[in-house]
Design a protein around this ligand. Sequence first.
Ligand SMILES: O=C(O)CCC(=O)C(=O)O
Length: 392
Amino acid sequence: MKFVFVNAVLLLANAHAFTCSGRFGVSSVALHSTVTEKTDVATETATPRTKEKRKVLTEPNLWEYNFGLQDPKIPLPHGLVQDVSPPEKFQVTEEQIRTLEEDGVVLLKGVFDEEWVDYMRKATTFQTENPHFWAFAGTASKLYDYIQRNVWQTNRAFANFYYHSAIGDVLRQCGRTDEIRVSTDLLMVNPNKGFKWHQDNQNGPITTDEGIRFWITMDETPKDYGAPVYLKRSHFNTAVDPEAVFVDINQEGLEEYRDQQLEFRTMPGDMLIWHPRTIHKIDGPEDGIWESYRRVLGGTVAKGGTLYHDKRGTGGVLSDLGKHGLVDGDKLDSPFFPIIYPRPNKHEIAERDAGRVGRNFNDIVSKVGGMITSTSTKKFASFFAVMGSRSK
Ligand SMILES: O=C(O)CCC(=O)C(=O)O
């Protein structure tokens, strides 16, 4: 409960600082990330030699955070021209789509080539070296070395990724739909101790059947940990409360799923796609110290025909803290949830670039305020229970 409240306050603090600061360009800040060299520490007896573990990325200092829009101006891959070139395409096979539908998850290898991986790494390096205040709550909570929700809203390089890469084309094939909108995304660098078994409820203001989850990695999975693991076909389960985040896989009703675990050792440019109800986990190192980068852009897209669902009163509201004016039952049609397939929309891009797509202090107060009630705290607590410890 205390943790819940502290996080809510952190979110409020974020929003307040953002509102008060208005729109700034990218300010110059000191670099906080450190690439470490492993040091051999000799004991007095000279045996045995042990290696000191150091994080590859350290938490930003409070004064290093930036506000407003950021644009690292990274040239697009393949000679693509910003706001001119149409989004790229990538062919998904019928077999891969069926695997997603039947197993609840599919790995698409090599969707993004070296140029795209290099582009995303540069965008991520820029972001961690110029941390945004919207990353403050998650990063200060030590869940990740860096985590920022809706990074596309503040960092133009990530917005360009959605506008110009093949992500929309891949996901419309996977969802058998003719339209894809970004519902919410997350830049996740090094998930410390990892995430225990969970299903996803941070999908934005949509239902689980309207959404498709995606996860794009920029790095090879370390040898001993960090591989995403899924319970095959668990998106069909009827045992887990739809509001729950944390899942005890030994609970009644999960017998047919718990032993069918699919583990993916992913490579840079690979893409995992799953149904939001598919139960999954990621284990980090025991001590939570990542000595190498694990950079992922993940999130949820909405299929064509999706409606806006107001999730006030549940933890689900955390991925919908903008003042977009949509009300429950409206068509999900707003620059806050930009269309990326068949093609991005100039008006929606302009709204984003004008800084009108973001979090709003008043909206956060009303939405998060509604969450801290006795009925909703249990659901909200489940969201945080899932973080920060390895599952066996
Ligand atoms: O990659 C991570 O750090 C967590 C991924 C995950 O479990 C999710 O996005 O739901």
